[in-house]
Write a protein that binds this ligand. Sequence first.
Ligand SMILES: [Zn+2]
Length: 473
Amino acid sequence: MSVPTETWVSKTDLTRFLRCPYAFYLVDRGLVAFEDTVNDLQLQLIHEGIRFQENIEATLPVRKITPEDLPTVFADESIRLFGAPLLRNAALQICGQPDAIDTANGELVPVEVKSHQDVQRSDELELAFYWLLLEPYRTRPGSPRGSLILRRQGVPTPVDVLLKPDRFEQVRDLIRDIRTTRVQGVAPRICGCTVCSGVMRDEIMRVTRDKKDLTMIWGIARAYARHLEAIGVTNYEDLLGADSASVVASLRERRCFVSIAHVDSWKHHATSYATSQPVVFGGPLALNDSFIALDLEYLASDTIWLVGLCIVTQGGRYYRALWAESAAEEEANLREVAAILAANASLPVITWSGNGADLPQVKYAAKRLALDHAYAAIESRHVDLYQYTRKALRFPIPRLSLDEVGQYFGIPKVSRITGGLEAQSLYLEYRRSQAEERRAAIKSQLMEYNRDDIEALVGVAEALASLGRRGQC
Ligand SMILES: [Zn+2]
């Protein structure tokens, strides 16, 4: 969709700006290609979303509407109109093309097709944008609302959404911010988007470090940073000198609600930067030098295709990688894990973020395969090092991913796979591919990737345990 001039804001602009203002700015200025803003898996998901929408539209009767037909169709009919032309609201200088419009004899309710299953804030903002866009075409007043066609278990599911006044306020603010950003640019900040954590990563680290930027603090993203800046806390050094209770009170006036403990945890992180040391502010970690490190690779609600583990005792390290081609092999692997756990009954099982990821997956598999004892054995001895770190520890680095904490402790990596998304995408290629050589190459890359994670997990666990022994933890 072409945007008429710099002041016009399209729905695509809004979506991109919501994802990341800095990446939006770079693409808008042509400094980064759109392809650099999404990775392979995201591209795959985009294509899947387009296919989902095309499948819905393919079932509809074809009706070509020209701009000249619009006033009549909008005012006199009550249909769901797909394929409307590009619409413009000249007063607000916004333009866009809703997936469909329920004309409702002039009420004009926007409809969006989404390939996720739950209503998201961004969906509501897009519908509010479209409600505003349709304002000049509307001939009958209606209560602000929109319709979503979501994908639930692969099935198109209609969901009606009422649009509250604050969503419209937010959309107007966003439209204004997009225009300001186009003219003034926007400061790079720590951000997990594909651009900021990809091609621009080093540059962003340099700039944010130099500025002692607030987003260097774990738990402070753009929104909190803007609130803090508005109350005079411009970088993490300011934060360090601020009284937590006063910060909480000032943020509350801006309808931004955080607790004193929350602000204290930000300050602990600021202290970590100021001293270039880890800062411990929580209870001790119940871990000594013997444990079992566990890391699973899987597709959500599907098979666990790789179990990586390492038994660490004073006698040394014993590694095991269990690959599964089938449900039968997955079951055999889980039985082997249960046997290893039974043979090392006194050792805790450690993961990085297993509470939210690996354990629910094991629970799902155990239920499916009637292996409840395997799940119980892991759960009862599980220590989630990420959860511990989140509540008790900060390092002078912005993020708490295993990768970055591992790097902080100098644990080397072998694999060139950049993260979980790429690993999943490679695994999907492995499943699709018929070429034996390619499959063998992917499998070995994925084994190497999982081994890196196991090495990082073991190394980080040992570092945390030794911090504890030195009385710092
Ligand atoms: Zn970003």
